[in-house]
Design a binder for this molecule. Structure first.
Ligand code: NAP
Length: 245
């Protein structure tokens, strides 16, 4: 049995490839969003209970190999996977989409180390920010941007208190260039804030902001883990699974 740690488009693409290959696999989701997009095949939902819980799971379920295809900013799960697979002696592959550092105009963006720095900088460069950093990180922005006219886009209702000047948009995409252009113009946004999520899925907002000449604040990724093989393409991950099982 192969375990795919998911919650991303890449994990869903990998599930399709593994099913096509006739591989026995199980996809795991954290259970953060109310109505998750489900991959094909068998799915389990919920945390494992830290490294100890994951080691137990790997052993009990006789997991032959793990593909960590979680989001580039799901750092806790990735660290747990490295520790647990090391302890259980299970091969681990990291499937992670390429970031935007090499994308057109990336050198013009404001790259910051974390969400607190992003919030402080955003408060200085804009009065009407468009926040696309996810629901879980909103708390870092509510203080510094308490009086800004923020438009924040999230998948599920926020669980922190939202300032009265903020507008919350519930949406999960997919997004088009035309739609993003229209949104930024309609709400008069003057700065875009995002994580370096990478990939094509959320790229149209970057194009639209660039076209409109808006500053873009980008939260950097953590450095890649050492000692773990990393691929960026679901096809390469499927090939790794074929030789690992
Ligand atoms: N962070 C983002 O920006 C983002 C964006 C899009 C999608 N996602 C997806 O949402 C999920 C949660 O992200 P996060 O940033 O909250 O993660 P995180 O901070 O790295 O993980 C926190 C805890 O959630 C549980 N968990 C996370 N991913 C899991 C998975 N695939 N299967 C089972 N348990 C999981 C684990 O709990 P235990 O310690 O109890 O095992 C983990 O220790 C991830 O699967 C990720 O791929 C995240």
């Amino acid at each position: 049995m192969i375990l795919v740690l998911g919650g991303t488009a890449e994990a869903r693409e990998l599930a399709v490839l593994l099913q096509h290959d006739g591989v026995e696999f199980l996809s795991s989701l954290a259970g953060r969003v109310a109505r998750p997009r489900l991959p094909v095949g068998e799915v389990r939902i919920g945390g494992f209970g830290g490294v100890t819980g994951l080691v137990e799971f790997l052993t009990e379920q006789r997991i032959a190999a793990v593909v960590d295809a979680t989001h580039p900013f799901a750092a806790g799960m990735s660290a747990n996977a490295i520790a647990a697979c090391g302890q259980a002696g299970v091969p681990l592959l990291r499937l992670e989409r390429v970031g935007w550092a090499g994308a057109p105009h990336a050198e013009d963006w404001h790259w910051v180390e974390g969400h607190d720095e992003a919030a402080a900088l955003t408060a200085r460069v804009g009065a009407r920010p468009f926040l696309t950093i996810g629901r879980q990180q909103l708390g870092a922005f509510t203080g510094p941007l308490a009086f800004a006219e923020v438009t924040a886009r999230v998948v599920d209702e926020p669980d922190v208190e939202i300032p009265p000047t903020w507008r919350i948009l519930l949406n999960r995409g997919p997004y088009t260039l035309e739609g993003e252009r229209e949104l930024l113009t309609r709400w008069g946004c003057d700065v875009l804030v995002t994580k370096d999520s990478g990939g094509d899925w959320t790229w149209p907002k970057m194009e639209a902001a660039t076209e409109l000449g808006l500053p873009i604040v980008v939260v950097k990724r953590k450095p890649e883990p050492v000692g773990v093989e990393v691929v960026s393409d679901p096809g390469a991950a499927a090939a790794w699974v074929r030789q690992a099982r």
